[in-house]
Design a protein around this ligand. Structure first.
Ligand SMILES: [Ca+2]
Ligand SMILES: [Ca+2]
Length: 118
């Protein structure tokens, strides 16, 4: 299960319709900036999502950013402050939501929660 959450990443970068910056290099974290832009690995690509602008856990550090997704809004969260997005929550237009967390060991996205926002 990954295509649903990654569908919002824009598909083929050559089509030029993505909001994200495509890095052609191998998936290595950006150097030097401990907490700069958020980034996400999709297969062998790194997508630079830009700087976090939402503080979802109210610790004073922005950890998430939002993008329009295929079915509503997608929230990309870096929960451990290494810059790599490890939690994706998709908020659907009908009020439902579903989330997936990155399994570090396998690199797979694992569905963690779903339901409906009150
Ligand atoms: Ca935070
Ligand atoms: Ca992270």
């Amino acid at each position: 299960m990954d295509s649903e959450f990654l569908a919002g990443l824009g598909g083929d970068p050559d089509e030029g319709d993505s909001a994200f910056v495509h890095h052609a290099a191998a998936p290595t974290p950006p150097d030097g900036d401990v907490y700069g832009n958020l980034w996400i690995v999709e297969n062998d690509r790194i997508w630079d999502l830009g700087p976090a602008d939402v503080d979802t856990d109210a610790d004073g550090v922005a950890d998430s950013l939002t993008r329009p997704g295929p079915n509503g809004l997608t929230v990309y969260t870096d929960s451990d402050r290494d810059g790599q997005v490890d939690l994706i929550t998709e908020v659907h237009r009908d009020g439902g939501f579903s989330s997936a967390r990155l399994d570090r060991a396998s690199g797979e996205w694992v569905a963690t929660d779903s339901g409906r926002l009150e």
